[in-house]
Design a protein around this ligand. Sequence first.
Ligand code: 6PG
Length: 252
Amino acid sequence: MEAAAKYRPNIEIAEDAEALASRAADLFLSTAREALRSRGAFYVALSGGQTPRLAFEKLAASPAAQSLLWQHIHVFWVDERYVPVDSPQSNYRLASEAFLKEVPIPPDNVHKIPTEYEDICTAARSYETILRNAFALEEGGIPEFDLIVLGMGADGHTASLLPNCFAPFDTDDLACVVYVMDGRLNRITLTHPVLRAARHLAVLVSGAEKAETLRKVLTGEPDEVRYPIHILWPVLDKVVWLVDRDAAAAIP
Ligand code: 6PG
């Protein structure tokens, strides 16, 4: 049976990248309001990349975002290249500049992935401790984010779970190092148990260059090694796919 029929991905198609970003910003706002109303706090993990940038800018410009109870909102990152915080490649810098500096979030509620250690493994363990403390986790506990915002690369990666890279698929760790073998930057990423444990996940996919991969991802048998985004298949009922028309062009 084809994955699309078996798992029924919940796909929303937006007219273009701009409309997709507006929809993603609305989803952030409605999920935040719901979490604040029912649990008194909102825990969100953000990705990097061009698609979220536009959504962050929409949020920054939204009066509704200004009126959220930011003292009860905690922001984390899904993944990070191992670069200083002022690097143009820093996901922390992207979200900070496009969005966080425009809203009244207390600095203590911003939980970046550390990149200042000499040893990247120490940084990954430190991020794990940050997660354990912020979520008051017991030994073996998994954080339950209210929302995780993901993207999908044209190769089918999500977070920093890249095809053909060493990233532990079988792990109890909350965060891990991804060693990229082709000269690109090594990364730290949330692991798939953390992604799967979230209450809601949004996958933002924009651009014609992703259309063919998106078709294969949505219609093929799940294969996490080739298309790491398939790690979401066991929890597809919690995932909303926000896709623009260009990226959706090949979906049957
Ligand atoms: C990153 C991300 C990565 C991203 C995809 C899609 O930091 O690059 O965490 O997983 O979401 O590569 O990126 P775009 O939306 O820019 O295509």
